[in-house]
Design a protein around this ligand. Sequence first.
Ligand code: NAG
Ligand code: NAG
Ligand code: NAG
Ligand code: NAG
Length: 725
Amino acid sequence: MGVLLLPLLLGVLAILPILPRWGNCANPDDDKLLVLTVATEETDGLRRFQRSAHSFNYKVKVLGLGGQWLGEGQKVQLMKLALEPYADKEDLIILFTESYDVIFAAGPGELLKKFRQAKSKVVFSAESVAYPDRHLESKYPVVPEGKRFLGSGGFIGYAAYLYKMVADWDGTDKDSDQLFYTKLFLDPVKRGKVNITLDHRCRIFQNLYGSAEDVVLKFEHGRVRARNLVYDTLPVLIHGNGPTKLHLNYLGNYIPHVWTFESGCNVCDEGLRNLESLSVDTLPLVVIGIFIEQPTPFVSEFFKRLNNLNYPKNRIQLYISNHEPHHQRRVENFLQDHGTQYNFVKTVGPEENSDFADARNKGMDMCRQTPECEYYFSIDAPVVLKNPNVLRILIEQNKSVIAPLVSRNANLWSNFWGALSSDGYYARSEDYIDIVQRQRIGVWNVPYISSVYLVKGSILRSKLSQNDMFHSGTLDSDMVFCDNVRQQGIFMFVTNRQEFGHILSLENYKTTHLHNDLWEIFENTEDWKEKYIHPNYSEALKGKLVEMPCPDVYWFPLFTETTCNEIVEEMENFGKWSGGGNKDERLQGGYENVPTIDIHMNQIDYEKEWHKILLDFIAPLTQKMFPGYYTSAQFDLAFVVRYKPDEQPLLEPHHDASTFTINIALNSVGQDYEGGGCRFLRYNCSVRAPRKGWALMHPGRLTHYHEGLRVTKGTRYIAVSFVDP
Ligand SMILES: *[C@@H]1O[C@H](CO)[C@@H](O)[C@H](O)[C@H]1NC(C)=O
Ligand SMILES: *[C@@H]1O[C@H](CO)[C@@H](O)[C@H](O)[C@H]1NC(C)=O
Ligand SMILES: *[C@@H]1O[C@H](CO)[C@@H](O)[C@H](O)[C@H]1NC(C)=O
Ligand SMILES: *[C@@H]1O[C@H](CO)[C@@H](O)[C@H](O)[C@H]1NC(C)=O
C-alpha cells in the first residue's frame, strides 16, 4: 500500500486549525442505531474500539464483558439474548461487530445511509475467501464485482430481522458463528426470508485479511479516511482480522482522527498519569534493568546519565547485568560512588552471566516479584538517554509498554519497527522515516520495540506473568519479548513527542587500549565530541575566548580534562618513551630538530584519529586566525612529550619543522608540576602557566624560535603536532 497523497497534504494539514471531532453533530438517526459487540476482556484493542466509537458518537453495548471466553458460538448466543427485547422492532438498526481488532472510520450518519442504500434488511461484511469451510465456495452466488464470501465479523440489520436470523441458534459455544451464518446465507429460502446481502465492495465493512494492500490512508482537510483502492470506497468499519491485526494497529495510529502531524494523536493525551501531585517519596517504585551485553563505548557516560536521571534514587532499584569483563571496573566504580543511594541494587557480573535472555528474564522478574514495583524500565548500554526526564515522561504516558524513540545519529536505524515482514522480521512502514525524523510526532502503536522501554509492573504480574519472556529457539530475545507481548493483545507504543537521545554504534569498537573511547571519533562522533572537546571550544570558534599571549601565538580551549587525563594515561600505559640518543628511526629524517622524551601518536595507533582531530577542530581555527591560509592538517609528527626534572626537564631553543605547531597542555601547573612553559625568544615572551586542555598555536619554521622552559618538580605532559611540514 502507499500513502502517495501524504507529502502533498502535509503542508495543508499544518495550517489547518484543529477541527471539531468528525461526526459529532447530533443525528436524528441516533436513537435508531445500536452497536453491539462481544468482548470478555477489556483489552487495549477494545479500548481502541471504544475510543473510535466514542469519537463518532456511537452508542455501544459490550456483551459478555468479564465473562469467560469459551468460543465463537458464544457470540451468537449472546446476540440472541441481547436481541430478544427487540424481537419485533422494525425500525431499530443494529450493528454487530467484533471489537478487539476493529475501528470505526466514519460516523453513524454515513453508516445508516450506506445501509439503507443496500436495500436489504441485513448486510454482512464480505471476505475474499470462504472460511471456515472452503468447500462451500462453489455454493456461493457469483457476483460481478467484489468479495464473494460472507464474513461474520461485522453485520448490520433491522433488529427484527437479526433476531429472526439468530432465533434458531442451538449450537454450542465451541461452534463456529461464521459457519452458522454462512449456512443460513447459502440456504436460498432462509436468505430470502431474512433478506441478507453481502457488502461486496466494502462500502461499510473492510476486512483487511487478504486485502491489506488495497487499503491506504487518505488525508484530506485535516481528516483521515481509509480508502479501498480496488473498489474506490471509503469503508465505515475496518477489521484487522487474522494476521492483518498489525496493519490495523498502523491504521489505528491515524484513524479515527488526525490532528496535525506536529502534535497530537489518538492516544497522546489519553489517561495520562500525573506525577506532579506526588511527593518525591511517594513516586512509583521503578526497577531499572541495565544490560551490558558487548563491548560498548562511553560506558562511564552511560552511568553518569543514569546517575543524573530526574527521579529519586530511593524510588529506584537497579538490576545491572554486565557480560563484559572489560566494563566491570566501571560498574563497580559507579556502585561504589552511588550504589547506596538506590533503594536496592543487584548486579550480575561477567562470571555468572552466560545467557542474555536469562539475564533479561531475571531483571524483569525482579520487578514482578517486588509487589511495590510499579514499573520496569529496561535499558541497554548502547542507549544514550539525553533527556533526564525520560522516566517521568514515560510513566505519565500511562501505557502498558512504551519505548522512547532513540535512533542512530547517522542513519535511520532505531529502536522500533513500524511493521513486520511475514516471517516476523523488520518491514518498513510507510511512516517509519517520518517518525524517526520527527516529521510526525505522537505516541505510536508499533509491533516491535527494543533497547529501552518501560513496562507496567501490574502487566508483568498479570498478562506477562510467564517467567520466560525472552527465550525461543534462535530468535533474538527482543523479538521474542515483543512476540509475547503481542500475543497477549497488549499494545506496544513508541513515543517521539520529546527528544530522548540516540543509540551508539558498536561497530569497530576495540577494547585493546586502556581508554578505547578515544578511538570513537569516527564511529560515534557526537558522543566523542561531548566527552572530549572542551565545552568552550565552540566559543573559541566564534573568535571569543581566543587569547594571544605572544605575537601570533593563539591560545584556546580544546580538550576536556578527561581527554587530557586519558591521553596521558594511555601513553603511560603504553610506556615506550623514547629518549635522547635512542630516538626512534622515524626521526632520523631530521624533521625534529631537538629530541624529546616522547611517544608518537602512531605508536599507539592513533594517527588517523589525531588527523581527524586536527582537521575538525584545529583547521577551522587556523583558518580563522591566519586568514587566507588553508590547511589539510597533514602532519608528520604528533607526539606526547614528557618533561621531568630528572629525565628531560627542558627543551633548548629551536625552530619547529612545521608551518604551524599545536602544543596542548595535558596537565596542570601547580597541581601536577612546577616550572615549565614556553618562551618565544624573538619576542622575549613566555607562556608560563599553560592551561590544561588549552592549545597553543604558533607558526613554525621562521619566526617563532622557542624553548621549553625548565620543569622543576613533578611531571609535565604536552601533546605536540607539527602541521603541514
Ligand atoms: C430483500 O428485499 C428487497 C425488497 O424489500 C428485495 O428487493 C430484495 O431482492 C431482497 N433481497 C434478497 C436477497 O432477498
Ligand atoms: C492509566 O491506565 C489504566 C489502564 O489503562 C487506567 O485504568 C487508568 O485509569 C489510567 N490512569 C489515569 C490516571 O487515567
Ligand atoms: C567557559 O567560559 C566561561 C566564560 O568565559 C567560563 O565562565 C566557564 O568557566 C568556561 N567553562 C569551562 C568548562 O572552562
Ligand atoms: C625580556 O623580558 C623581561 C621581562 O619580561 C625583561 O626583564 C628583559 O629585560 C627582557 N629582555 C630583553 C632582551 O628585552
